[in-house]
Write a protein that binds this ligand. Sequence first.
Ligand code: TXA
Ligand code: MG
Length: 333
Amino acid sequence: MANAKVLNGADPDSIAEAAAVIRRGGLVAFPTETVYGLGAEACNPLAVARVFEVKQRPRMDPIIVHVADPESAHRYGQFPATIAQTLMERFWPGPLTLVVPRTDLVPPIVTAGLDSVAIRMPAHPIALDLIRTAGCALAAPSANLFGSVSPTEAAHVASQLSDRIDLILDGGRCPVGVESTVLSLIDDPPRILRAGGVTQEALSSVLGRIEWLTEDQGRPQAPGQLSRHYATRTPLEIMHEGDPKSAAGPGERVGLLTFAAPQLTAGYEVVEVLSPKGDLREAAANLFAALHRLDAMGLDRVVAYGVPEHGLGVAIMDRLRRCSTRTDPAAFE
Ligand code: TXA
Ligand code: MG
């Protein structure tokens, strides 16, 4: 297949072209506020099958259905009365995915045969325009090869998937930078299956009690939460600043990923500072682009300093830990 066309997503003609591609069963990468998605018409099982193929994604890992309004969400999922309404009013459009019992409209391939479906209404104007113009919900995982770092720029998508998909809508950098929070409303109290762009603090302020998925509950509730995920090719280890193992050995090329400005930078081939002013939102927005840049340098390894684990820091640390399991053979799946 030829390389995917890249179009400016802000141009209405591009949206019309992308919508036509979707309607005839093609695949379009598009920006959302979190990361770029790889969209197919949700109700077209053949198109969704291509998404799995292109990403080399296991068929057991269900895909999020993206809608442009809460009314459409109700066509695909059965939402528990007041709680879902409250969450939608407070967090949609935005980086919150709700897992609820599915309706018959959702092809089984989308949900990997589960009786539940994950649904979200993204906040990015290009994503909303595309869904509305195509006139159908989009099944869309992140637009990267399975298990690797998610794309937050059109160029990240092109470098991994260009020869396998039809079109890329370029919308610049994704402002949130980490994927949506996945919240199961099947459980009572609701359970967070994946940390993401909506913080636990924000959810608790609306819901009161929430729980986290624990390791032993992992499957089949959240089949996508493999320990090795979001991984760079370069081994990455999370360390404390000053750890003797963080220093580069003779001839070793080591990259450093830090939250705020570090004290010691000597000996590192490159230093990526996620947020010079120490702001977690800025750090989240920069995280995947920094990982992509580090990974492109062919370093021997990357040392990452942790970020504070509150607010968006929880999602950032979740991604770094999944990325770092790569260095621990015991954690391979
Ligand atoms: O921000 C996002 O969520 C991005 C953008 C493109 O919307 N999408 C995204 O999709 O991150 P993906 O496929 O990379 O991750 C979706 C996660 C997976 O871990 C998957 O297992 C989980 O959501 N998921 C989907 N449907 C589910 C279901 N019915 N039950 C439990 N988990 C589900
Ligand atoms: Mg993904």
